[in-house]
Design a protein around this ligand. Sequence first.
Ligand SMILES: [Zn+2]
Length: 218
Amino acid sequence: MDSVNSIPMTQLVKEYQQNVWQKVSVPRAFSSCRKDGALMGEPGVAKVIFVYELCKTPDLLHEFLRKAGLLKKDLTCAKCNSPMKLRSKDINDGAVWTCRNRINKKECGLQKSVRFGSWFSCSKLTMGEIFFLTYLIVKGYGTDKIIDEYSFSSCTMADWRQFINEIIVDYVEETSETIGGVGEFLFRASYEEKGIDTFNTFLELVRKIDWTNFTYAD
Ligand SMILES: [Zn+2]
């Protein structure tokens, strides 16, 4: 979505593993991991507790997503062409893009969702839920397990699994990269074999796509 943004996902994950680790309260049973934050995963490679804790802190998640190029960092007003500003708002997303430009002493006031033109647009799930679900699917958690543990509906599961697979299939078709087949299973197997984290790789694919005119079912 933002060609200027090319911070390696591993670098960003590493930075936020430290941020999240400062805030997290880990159950006593994991105390042996307390010291070095091993529960967050190897530096730069997310583990489920890191993603879960990140998603529990919307401000931190949104900051992460903006830095990652997964949410827009700036937006121009479609009505008057001025730069829009992020304004805090008591809604699930926590903020909204607002145009504060004044035309004939009247504020333009156009608003756009912070999700506009992103992986998170057009879904009723929270951004945290989407990010968490993306992690689980890309990392190979089974559908039944995800539904059982986290209570996503089977319909949501089917949609997002298909959606993620489409991204992967498109990527494989576009590049000459041979991953020995198509679909998330082979995508995962191929990258894991090379020691490359699939979640980071997937996020880097997602941020390259222009989501501006994209719509999909929830
Ligand atoms: Zn405007």
